[in-house]
Design a protein around this ligand. Structure first.
Ligand code: ADP
Ligand code: MG
Length: 256
C-alpha cells in the first residue's frame, strides 16, 4: 500500500435495522494520519457507521475497502454478510474501537485487560505483549495501575486503559465512539489530552463525539450527519466557523 491508499474507504454505505433504514448512502475516507470526526444529533447514525466500518455490524449496500482490500460479501441486501472470517478478523483488529462505556473486563486487572486480545485473538508472544501493554499504559498515564481492577479506577482512568487496550492491538486506525460522553467534565480532559497526543503522533482516527471543541481541535476533517446522510463536511474551521446548512447551524447552536 502507498500513502495514497486510504486506510479505510467507505462508498455508498446503506444500513437498515429491519425495515428502518438508518444509513442512506454515506461515503467516508480516512487516509493514513487523518483524524476524521463525526458529529450529529443522537440517532443520526454516527455509531452505526463506525460499527459498519469495522464489521461489527453488517451493511446492506456499499463498499468498504481496508488498505486497498475490499470487504468480500456473500448475499445481497438484508442477507448480505462478510464472506471471509479471516478478513473480518484482520479488519476488526486493525480498526480498533474505543467505546463510550469503556467495556473493560471487570474480573481482569488493567494489565490483563490490555494483554487479553493480543494474546488470545492474535496469538502474539505473551512476554512481548506484556512489555508493549506496559508501554501503552505508561503512555496514557496509568502505568502504575497495572495490577488493579477496573472498578478501582476513575472513569477517566478506565477510558485511558481502554485506549491502551486498543493500542495494544497495534491497529492501523482507532475508532472512538463518544469516548468522553460517560465521563464527568473534570475527567473528560484527561482523555481528550490522550486523544490529542495520539493525533499529534500521526495516528489515523475516526472519532464520534459530542465534544465540538475536541472535534475542532484534533480533526483534519469533520463530517456532520443528519438522519443517515452527510449533510455537510469539510475542514473543522469551516464547519464550525462558517457552517453552510441550516441544519448544521441549528445543531451547533444547540450544542455550544
Ligand atoms: P448515533 O450514534 O448518531 O446516536 P446510532 O448509529 O446509534 O446513532 O443510531 C442510528 C439509528 O439506528 C437510530 O434511529 C437508532 O435508534 C437505530 N439503531 C441503532 N442501533 C440499533 C439496533 N441495534 N436495532 C435497531 N435500531 C437501531
Ligand atoms: Mg452513538
Amino acid at each position: 500500500m502507498t500513502d495514497a491508499t486510504p486506510v479505510i474507504e467507505i462508498t455508498n454505505l446503506h444500513k437498515a435495522y429491519g425495515a428502518l433504514e438508518v444509513i442512506k448512502g454515506v461515503d467516508l475516507t480516512a487516509h493514513r494520519g487523518d483524524v476524521v470526526s463525526l458529529i450529529g444529533s443522537s440517532g443520526s447514525g454516527k455509531s452505526t457507521i463506525l460499527r459498519c466500518a469495522n464489521l461489527l455490524e453488517d451493511s446492506q449496500q456499499g463498499d468498504i475497502v481496508f488498505k486497498g482490500e475490499p470487504v468480500k460479501w456473500r448475499g445481497t441486501g438484508l442477507n448480505r454478510h462478510p464472506a471471509d472470517a479471516k478478513q473480518v478478523l484482520r479488519i476488526r483488529t486493525n480498526l480498533s474501537m474505543v467505546f463510550q462505556q469503556f467495556n473493560l473486563w471487570a474480573h481482569l486487572t488493567i494489565l490483563q485487560n490490555v494483554m487479553e486480545a493480543p494474546v488470545t485473538v492474535l496469538g502474539r508472544d505473551r512476554a512481548e505483549v506484556e512489555a508493549a501493554a506496559r508501554k501503552y499504559l505508561d503512555k496514557v498515564g496509568i502505568g502504575d495501575k497495572c495490577d488493579v481492577y477496573p472498578a478501582q479506577l476513575s472513569g477517566g482512568q478506565q477510558q485511558r486503559a481502554a485506549i491502551a487496550r486498543a493500542l495494544a492491538m497495534e491497529p492501523e486506525a482507532l475508532l472512538f465512539d463518544e469516548p468522553t460522553s460517560a465521563l464527568d467534565p473534570e475527567l473528560e480532559q484527561e482523555v481528550v489530552r490522550v486523544i490529542k497526543d495520539l493525533a499529534a503522533e500521526g495516528r489515523t482516527m475516526m472519532i464520534v463525539t459530542h465534544d465540538m471543541k475536541m472535534a475542532a481541535d484534533v480533526s483534519d476533517h469533520t463530517v456532520f450527519l443528519h438522519q443517515g446522510l452527510i449533510e455537510e463536511q469539510g475542514a473543522p474551521k469551516d464547519l464550525f466557523g462558517a457552517p453552510k446548512s441550516d441544519r448544521l447551524r441549528q445543531f451547533l447552536s444547540s450544542t455550544m
